[in-house]
Design a binder for this molecule. Structure first.
Ligand SMILES: [Zn+2]
Length: 169
């Protein structure tokens, strides 16, 4: 993945949290998807991971190659690369598609040319994942919002959302 120039196609760039690892990918990506599997949940420490998939030859590390560590999952043979300085997940290589690599969508600063309309392992989706439910501000904690209680009546919900003084149960 190093010492190789991409074609003259437009590229999008990304990096890890500490900035040691930088990379670029030809635009647009091949596809994008949400991964609800347990392995990705643990690897990211997040309820699910969102990946951008790209052909390997369309991706290149531009800085920090030496800072990248690899972890191989014994059961699946999948390889996960991460920055050894800051721990950011960088590349997810699955055995079923060796010519394709997957990069966390969040690491790109700009649009990748694909919306994540696909879901993998949706049956493993966690019931604590935020699914866009209406939120109300939490009284006394600026910037904190919480889900409205289901027990409240419709009228109460309207009053809650209309009032900045509302407080979550
Ligand atoms: Zn880093």
């Amino acid at each position: 993945m190093k010492s190789r120039k991409l074609s003259s196609a437009p590229a999008v760039t990304g990096q890890c949290l500490c900035g040691a690892v930088q990379f670029e990918m030809e635009y647009p990506a091949f596809w994008a998807w949400h991964d609800h599997s347990r392995a990705s949940r643990l690897a990211h420490g997040a309820v699910y991971a969102t990946y951008v998939g790209a052909w390997r030859k369309r991706f290149r590390i531009t800085a920090g190659e030496r800072e990248i560590n690899r972890f191989e999952e014994k059961e699946t043979g999948a390889v996960r690369s991460f920055c050894r300085r800051c721990g950011t997940p960088l590349i997810y290589e699955r055995t079923r598609s060796r010519n394709m690599i997957n990069i966390p969508r969040a690491l790109f600063q700009n649009r990748t040319g694909r919306q994540p309309i696909y879901h993998i392992a949706i049956e493993e989706m966690q019931d604590w994942a935020y699914a866009g439910e209406p939120l109300v501000p939490l009284k006394g904690y600026p910037g904190v919002f919480c889900k409205r209680s289901r027990k409240k009546s419709r009228l109460q919900e309207v009053r809650l959302s209309a009032s900045i003084r509302s407080r979550c149960p």
